[in-house]
Ligand binder design. Structure first.
Ligand code: SAH
Length: 222
């Protein structure tokens, strides 16, 4: 991949990224840290060449294996919620690496990202994409994210990119005290809601926020 491809041109240019960022502001995203990182991260390198010209539309796009790259607004919203009222975040666990776009955004905003994916070829794509961007603070695991990442826990933040019917117990247990988890919850075909879980000394505070649509959180590895 050439530098020119990385920077983009025409429908993948910096101007197109600027316009996407402007739309995110109009949609209600306010955290400048998140907006700045989205503005400078080339989203087109995360999708197939044939879809590159659509990479800055506010839609989910196919990335193969029945999965989609999350919509820019959702990536921005989840990242903003994760960082809300925090100056910085140490260790963050991401479940559902996909093509690695959300991973790349997180890696530029927190100290360390630990990302779990259950479909190996997707994980390989994500590794290649984030290497192109020279991001060094990411570790990947090929596993069922329902188990979290025990060896690294506790996490200051957890971000889940697929919707389970219920919040997995292991993820709750691996959240640090004061830590925040952003996770879509709900059955496929029925209404799903983005949830924010905050762990305090002795309890979990759980809030249902926006109505969302996510691919299913599946058990086991493929
Ligand atoms: N943020 C990613 C989203 C990809 S879609 C992106 O923008 O590309 C959600 C991803 O979650 C899919 O890649 C899917 O394979 C993965 N996934 C679903 N259930 C999982 C589980 N139990 N463990 C790990 N990954 C899971």
């Amino acid at each position: 991949m050439t530098l020119r491809h990385l920077q983009g041109s025409g429908m993948t240019s910096q101007r197109t990224r600027d316009r996407m960022t402007k739309r995110l502001i109009e949609q209600g995203i306010t955290d400048n840290r998140v907006l700045n990182v989205i503005q400078k991260t080339p989203r087109h390198i995360f999708v197939d060449e044939a879809l590159a010209s659509r990479a800055y539309e506010d839609t989910a796009l196919p990335i193969g294996y029945n999965q989609t790259i999350s919509q820019p607004y959702i990536v921005a919203r989840m990242t903003e919620l994760l960082l809300e009222n925090k100056e910085s975040l140490g260790k963050v666990l991401e479940i559902g690496t996909g093509c690695g776009y959300q991973t790349a955004i997180l890696a530029q905003l927190v100290d360390e990202v630990y990302s779990v994916e259950r479909i190996l070829p997707l994980q390989k794509k994500a590794i290649a994409h984030t290497e192109l961007l020279k991001l060094k603070n990411i570790r990947y695991s090929y596993n069922d994210g329902g188990w979290g990442w025990e060896d690294i826990a506790p996490f200051d933040g957890i971000l889940v990119a697929a919707a389970p019917n219920e919040i997995p117990e292991a993820l709750l247990q691996q959240l640090a005290i004061g830590g925040v988890m952003i996770i879509p919850v709900g059955e496929q075909g029925s209404e799903q809601f983005l949830h924010r879980v905050t762990r305090t000394e002795n309890t979990f505070q759980i809030e249902a926020l926006d109505s969302v649509i996510f691919v299913p959180f599946l058990a086991g590895k493929e």
